[in-house]
Design a binder for this molecule. Sequence first.
Ligand SMILES: [Zn+2]
Length: 300
Amino acid sequence: MKYASGPVMVWELAGRPRRASLAAEPVAATCAMCGRDVAESVHVKHSIGGKSFTDQYLLARRGSDRTCYGCAWVCTGKGMDQIRMWTVVAVPDRELPPSNPKAQYATPHLHCTSRADMRAVVDTLADPPDGPWLVAVAESGQKHTIPYARINHGAGRWRVRMDARDITATPGEFREVFGRVLALRKAGFTPGEIEALEPSVGRLNAATLPIWRHHAAALSPWRGSPLLHLATFLPSKEHLDEYLSRFPADGPGSGDADRLGRGVPVRDPRQRGRGEDRAEAVVGPGPDRVGDGDGDGCLF
Ligand SMILES: [Zn+2]
């Protein structure tokens, strides 16, 4: 089945839920969000109008002030009766692990979870399914992510939504960055230290210094990137060992960083054309790629 958009796919896989507080009117319209022509619609004043949304969708479909029911549904709801609070993995062609028991819209193809267990997210990003799939990560639980979530296809470069960020990477880049984050977490470094690539002085000792130097050098092209932010957000302590067994990163002594021995960023041969001026301000590949040219990830 082909889905018009990420929000529509989520609504379909949730079983096309209806909400008593959100009435569909028998008004034929073109959906301002997904562009579908539908026989039943909802005026935007009941969904995205007057809320904290920007008007990016309305600008995209300037002629319409109505949305389909599915698009209205993903943008609305209160308390437990909404999708916004959940991190979501949607895969029509792959059965997903059980969701958080409190997630009332979860189905075998719509996984809803919290930060406590992001394994289905990690699995999907590291090893995407062949067909369509979508991931939206609720970092704060306050931001809408599903309205901005894009459908990915197969194992090429993907884009996922995390609060107000769009994150793009290939599965290989994700495995690389995630594996190094795990190795540093295992050595005792905090997510904040890893994301900033700045260890606390007290954390460095004879045992941890070589580990830090090795992995931080490999991560330096990703400094400040959305991908590194995501990779430091995902692992919980409880699943650290399980992740480490799946994503082992090469240790100190096995790479160029250690042969040079100066802790300077060393180019990963897989990242062709990147980081030529690494001695200058180091810019990760993530931010440059946000949006991938189809939508600017407008925030709200
Ligand atoms: Zn729609």
